[in-house]
Ligand binder design. Structure first.
Ligand SMILES: C[S@@+](CC[C@H](N)C(=O)[O-])C[C@H]1O[C@@H](n2cnc3c(N)ncnc32)[C@H](O)[C@@H]1O
Length: 315
C-alpha cells in the first residue's frame, strides 16, 4: 500500500463542516497534500462551485493530482500559501472566497520518505524542505549556522530546554566530521540530553524546531493570516488544523491583533469602519475524537480552529 492509499485526512468531518460549504461557493485548500480534504470539499460543491488548491511541495502534489485534474471546478498550483493574495487576484477570486482551509505541517510523505529527512525514525539526508526547489536544506544549515543561532532556533521553535547543549554538540561534532544523516543528528541529540525523555523521543523537539526554521513556517503563517481578510468574502471562513502550540499561538496573536484593529499596524488591511473585530471565533478549538486518535495516531496533537470574517454590522 502506498502513502496515498493509506492516507487518512485529519479531522475531515469536523473541518468540512467548519467550512459551512455553499454549493456554488469558492474555496481554497491552502495545503493540498494528498488531496484528502480537497476531495471532500469537491463532493460538497455543486457544478458552479470552485476549489483552488495549493501546496509548497511539488513532489507531494504529483502523487495525488491525477485523481483531480479532470474536474473543471478544480485548480491546483505548486506554491506557498504566502502568495495567496496575489494568486487570488490572478484567479479573479479576491474578495469572493467563502472559505480557506489550512491543514498545517507535514504530510505522511514527508514523514515516511527517508529521503526527505523530516523523521528521526528513518535514516536519510537531513533536508527538511517542503519545497526542495528553493531555500537551503537543514543539512547545509547545520554545517554553517553559528552555535548561537542553532541554540536559539532549537529553544524557540522546539521549546527544548537542552537547546544550548545540543547546539554545542552539533558544532563540536561538525568540526570532526560532516553531519550527514538524520541518524547522525539523533546520536548527537542523545549524547547532549542528560536524561532520556519519558513521553517523547529525545529528538522530537529538535527536529520540529529545525523543520519550522528551515521552512519559516510560523512567519509565513502569520503573514498569510494577515492577508486573508481581503481575500475572503463577507462571512468567509478560515479553518485551521494545527499540530503544536506554536501554531496555536500564531492564531491567538492574530486574533488579538485583529480584535484591536484601531491600534494595529498601518499596513494591516483595515479601514475605519472596522473599529473592533475583523474576525470572530466560531467555537473554541476542537480536538479529534478518541476514536480518530486510535485509528490515526497522527491526529493526536491536532486542533481545529474556525474563524469567520466579521461584517461591519457584527463588529
Ligand atoms: C498535513 S499536510 C496536508 C494534508 C491534506 N490536507 C490531505 O488530507 O491530503 C500539509 C501539507 O501542507 C504543505 N505545506 C506546508 N507549508 C505550506 C505552505 N507554506 N504553503 C503551501 N503548502 C504548504 C505541505 O507540503 C504538506 O503537503
Amino acid at each position: 500500500m502506498n502513502n496515498l492509499t493509506k492516507h487518512t485526512p485529519v479531522m475531515l468531518t469536523e473541518s468540512i463542516n467548519a467550512l459551512a460549504i455553499e454549493k456554488n461557493g469558492i474555496y481554497v485548500d491552502a495545503t493540498f497534500g494528498f488531496g484528502g480534504h480537497s476531495k471532500s470539499i469537491l463532493n460538497k460543491l455543486g457544478k458552479a462551485g470552485k476549489l483552488y488548491a495549493l501546496d509548497k511541495d511539488a513532489s507531494v502534489i504529483k502523487i495525488a493530482e491525477q485523481e483531480f485534474i479532470h474536474d473543471k471546478r478544480f485548480t491546483l498550483k505548486h506554491g506557498c500559501f504566502s502568495s495567496l493574495e496575489s494568486l487570488s487576484k490572478e484567479w479573479g477570486i479576491h474578495g469572493s472566497v467563502n472559505g480557506i482551509l489550512f491543514d498545517l505541517g507535514v504530510s505522511s510523505e514527508h514523514l515516511d520518505n527517508p529521503e526527505r529527512g523530516f523523521s528521526f525514525m528513518r535514516k536519510g539526508p537531513i533536508d527538511m524542505r517542503f519545497d526542495q526547489s528553493s531555500g537551503i536544506s537543514a543539512n547545509k544549515w547545520l554545517a554553517t549556522a553559528s552555535e548561537d543561532l542553532i541554540s536559539k532556533t532549537i529553544r524557540k521553535y522546539g521549546e527544548e530546554r537542552y537547546a544550548k547543549r545540543i547546539a554545542k554538540r552539533i558544532v563540536l561534532q561538525r568540526g570532526k566530521e560532516k553531519i550527514n544523516t538524520t541518524d547522525d543528528l539523533v546520536q548527537i541529540i542523545n549524547k547532549a540530553i542528560p536524561k532520556n525523555e519519558t513521553k517523547k523521543h529525545n529528538a522530537t523537539r529538535t527536529f520540529q524546531a529545525i523543520r519550522i526554521y528551515i521552512n519559516q513556517e510560523l512567519e509565513i503563517l502569520r503573514n498569510t493570516l494577515e492577508s486573508t481578510y481581503n481575500i475572503l468574502a463577507p462571512k468567509g471562513r478560515l479553518v485551521l488544523i494545527t499540530y503544536h502550540s506554536l501554531e496555536e499561538r500564531v492564531i491567538k496573536d492574530f486574533l488579538t491583533l485583529t480584535d484591536k484593529s484601531l491600534s494595529a499596524p498601518k499596513d494591516l488591511p483595515l479601514s475605519n469602519q472596522f473599529l473592533t473585530k475583523l474576525f470572530k471565533t466560531i467555537n473554541k478549538s476542537i480536538k479529534p475524537t478518541s476514536k480518530e486518535i486510535e485509528s490515526n495516531i497522527r491526529s493526536r496533537s491536532a486542533k481545529l480552529n474556525i474563524l469567520e470574517k466579521c461584517n461591519e454590522i457584527d463588529s
